[in-house]
Ligand binder design. Structure first.
Ligand SMILES: Cc1cc2nc3c(=O)[nH]c(=O)nc-3n(C[C@H](O)[C@H](O)[C@H](O)COP(=O)(O)O)c2cc1C
Length: 172
């Protein structure tokens, strides 16, 4: 499968079955995140993998995540953020998101389904998992097997803007 075919195959799953993620698959997903590029190669990502019922219940207090068996809380260590000197822009949330994307695509390649989430209460996550103050939860990645019909790879003609609306050559 080409990368473009994989990218079109991926969709947000919101109806996970109880089937758990095999540890060899989880290892490959985490490895894909490990090799992701980050600004200045600072690697500020810190990942909390949640699979126990106790952990998933704690996470449920912060977010509605559709019962995925594996959840990864992707955090950024603000102490290791690369900061642009001109305007002090901190790129650690971008880095954490590239890591998240690498893992999401690796999971798709393995035949798993995912949901990327930012709709969660960070204060509740920090409290429930005793996350130190220098770590900021950036994304949740739900991973498992979708129990519903897969979304079509052809859906993007309907669900995405045409390139003519988002890409500009030479001038806006
Ligand atoms: C940064 C980001 C945050 C998102 N947060 C949520 C979320 O909190 N809850 C949710 O149900 N979906 C969330 N999504 C999924 C998007 O709604 C979804 O990717 C988009 O509607 C396109 O649909 P598709 O992924 O099926 O192609 C998020 C996606 C991204 C990239």
């Amino acid at each position: 499968m080409s990368y473009l075919e994989l990218a079109k195959k991926r969709y947000s799953a919101r109806n996970f079955t109880e089937r758990s993620v095999e540890s060899k698959d989880l290892e490959m997903i985490l490895e894909a995140g490990r090799v992701a590029p980050t600004a200045s190669n600072n690697q500020p990502q810190r990942l909390l993998v949640i699979q126990s019922e106790e952990g998933l219940n704690k996470l449920r207090r912060a977010a509605r995540f559709f019962k995925a068996p594996t959840m990864i809380v992707v955090c950024a260590d603000k102490r290791e953020a690369w900061v642009r000197e001109y305007d002090q822009k901190d790129t650690s949330d971008i880095d954490a998101s590239i890591v998240t994307d690498h893992m999401m695509m690796a999971a798709t390649d393995l035949g798993l389904n995912t949901l990327w989430m930012t709709w969660f209460n960070p204060a509740v996550i920090k409290k429930e998992f005793k996350i130190p103050s220098h770590l900021e939860p950036i994304n949740l990645l739900a991973i498992g097997y979708n129990g519903a019909d897969p979304k079509s790879s052809d859906r993007h003609s309907e669900t995405r803007k045409p390139l003519s609306e988002t890409v500009f050559f030479e001038n806006f």
